[in-house]
Design a protein around this ligand. Structure first.
Ligand SMILES: [Zn+2]
Length: 177
């Protein structure tokens, strides 16, 4: 598919930004193991700066992001490496209001893709209607995963993109530790 006429790529711009970044670089010597022993799973939404919203610094935490902040097999893979190899023991989930995944349905989106591409995706789109319910489901998936070993400190939040407030979501009592 060709790009739309109004699109121009960013990479060259960003590389010149990186040259300025390198000139002021101060992160040499940071440890591989996150200092707060913390992993965060968040939506990829461009309005959320996870470090900024939580006052985190480089080297503090693993940040694992995808569309929706869904707990997929690949997120579990990253969390298992985070916990077993890199010593994290706490997980924070961050979904948000006005998420792109609220504007599609699993079936509708998959049918659209099949029409365009000739093949139906074999993966779930992880579409949802209610971000609070989606956080609850994600917390339950972590509690139910045999591969996640540290489950005592798992908390979930919905970030309000209009106020910056993090609203905590109580886990479904059927799955709480
Ligand atoms: Zn989102």
């Amino acid at each position: 598919m060709p790009n739309t006429p109004d699109f121009s790529p960013n990479t060259d711009d960003l590389l010149s930004n990186n040259a300025q970044f390198v000139a002021q670089f101060q992160d040499a010597g940071l440890a591989l193991v996150p200092q707060r022993h913390l992993a965060i799973v968040a939506c990829m939404d461009s309005r959320m700066d996870i470090f900024q919203m939580l006052g985190l610094h480089h080297g503090d935490a693993h940040i694992i992001r995808n569309a929706g902040g869904a707990v997929t097999d690949d997120v579990v893979r990253s969390l298992v490496i985070s916990q077993r190899q890199l010593k994290t023991q706490e997980i924070i989930l961050i979904h948000h209001t006005n998420c792109g995944l609220q504007s599609i349905t699993d079936d509708g989106f998959k049918n659209e893709i099949e029409k365009d591409c000739g093949i139906k995706p074999w993966w779930a789109t992880e579409a949802f209607a209610d971000p609070y319910q989606d956080v609850r489901q994600s917390m339950a998936r972590l509690q139910n995963s045999p591969f996640i070993v540290y489950k005592d400190h798992i908390r979930g939040f919905v970030y309000d993109v209009e106020t910056g407030i993090l609203h905590e979501v109580e886990p479904d009592s059927r799955h709480s530790a």
